[in-house]
Design a protein around this ligand. Structure first.
Ligand SMILES: Cc1ncc(COP(=O)(O)O)c(C=O)c1O
Length: 381
């Protein structure tokens, strides 16, 4: 195994011993294909940075952003991979992406309702209430944002659009045209956008990630939140980045009391700097592997589960499958009960998605085959 190639060669016992929620939540009999974690060994550069940090005893409170190198590494990565120039001074560290979303809602956004396109990453449906705000869900039109309906939700009082770009669970990488249309309705209503771009490094094939902040005219209302945690599989070390859209937002975010934004870790910072700085080769190889898993999943579905419908994702490693053709009321529950395979239930992603399931494809080719075998057993393939 070349040093810079992702190593998927971990057996089920090793993954269970690693102790992540994916492999421990449901117990040893269950084959997990649910939460967004990958069954891959840490990238060598990330592993080395973490071991070095532990050896140095870097286990105290984290350095301030001005001294940690994280803002510079984030800006360089976003510039190099997405073509967006970012002033490192605009980058603020936080514990994780949802903490960054909360911080932005509490510090920058009006107390009015949050508009969330559905299907939605389940915590998006919870964070408005946690921050004392209402929720307006807007179903996507197929796999596209329904910009007109988002405009109507803003006209009805919505103040903030919470966007997942690329989109979890749809796997869409939104185009500049779609994002420009979104910008227009947001500007028309004086609203804000929080653009959660945690999946931005994971775009497959020829797809490109377009940051919402790269669309002209968004700087007055956008806040971007991202992290290395999905692409390098390091959510447990706790580090995400908020990129303020403009100097006034930056000042407000920086002025927030410590208790409002307390939670990154020195291990998270060093792992993220290593990922953003020294791991492009590993990431490129990972994206090729994830594209192969996507092809494999398509072939397996065609052979084993023709009653399930699926459109290949452009980004993420998550397959959003329409399992209504199985005739089952809750396909995920049946998969768990009948075939001991755990996929994410569609009902958690919003109303109307009960017949859907999200399947995590970030695993070895061999295990993906086992996952589909079990789904086929449960879903009558
Ligand atoms: C769109 C999206 N946002 C946020 C998160 C969670 O990120 P964090 O653990 O950094 O809060 C996930 C995790 O899968 C996600 O898919």
């Amino acid at each position: 195994m070349a040093d810079d190639l992702p190593d998927w060669n971990l057996d089920d016992d090793e993954l269970r011993r690693a102790g992540s929620i994916k492999w421990t939540f449901a117990g040893p009999r269950i084959l997990p294909a649910w939460v967004a974690e990958m069954d891959v060994r840490p990238a060598p550069a990330v592993r080395a940075a973490l071991l070095d940090a532990v050896e140095r005893g870097a286990l105290g409170y984290p350095m301030p952003d001005a001294a940690s190198g994280l803002p510079e590494a984030t800006a360089a990565f976003v510039g190099r991979r997405f073509g967006l120039p970012v002033d490192p001074a605009r980058v603020i560290s936080c514990g994780d992406v949802m903490a960054g979303v909360r911080l932005t809602l509490e510090v920058l956004c009006d107390p009015g309702p949050v508009v969330v396109p559905t299907p939605a990453y389940p915590p998006f449906l919870q964070v408005p209430e946690v921050t004392g705000r209402g929720l307006i869900t807007v179903p996507c039109r197929g796999r596209d944002l329904d910009v007109e309906a988002i405009g109507a939700a803003l006209a009805a009082g919505g103040r903030t659009v919470l966007l997942s770009a690329p989109h979890n669970p749809l796997g869409r990488a939104f185009t500049a045209t779609e994002l420009t249309a979104l910008r227009d309705v947001v500007l028309a209503h004086g609203a804000r956008v929080i653009s959660d771009e945690i999946h931005a490094p994971i775009v497959l094939g020829d797809t490109r990630h377009v940051p919402y902040a790269s669309i002209e005219g968004t700087e007055g209302h956008v806040t971007t939140v991202l992290a290395a945690s999905k692409a390098w599989n390091i959510p447990g070390v706790k580090c995400a980045q908020v990129i303020a859209g403009n100097p006034a937002d930056l000042a407000a975010l920086r002025a927030a009391p410590l208790v409002a934004n307390h939670g990154t870790s020195p291990l998270g910072v060093v792992a993220t700097v290593a990922a953003y700085t020294d791991a492009d080769t590993w990431l490129d190889a990972l994206l090729r592997d994830l594209a192969e898993r996507r092809e494999q999943f398509g072939s397996l579905l065609a052979q084993r589960l023709p009653q399930v419908s699926w459109t290949p994702h452009e980004a993420t490693y998550l397959a959003w499958v329409d399992a209504r053709g199985t005739g089952l009321a809750d396909p995920s529950a049946t998969a768990l009960a009948e075939a001991a395979v755990m996929v994410h239930p569609g009902r958690l992603f919003g109303q109307g998605y009960e017949g859907f399931a999200r399947v995590n494809l970030a695993t070895s080719a061999e295990r993906l085959e086992r996952i589909v075998d079990r789904l086929a057993r449960a879903w009558g393939g």
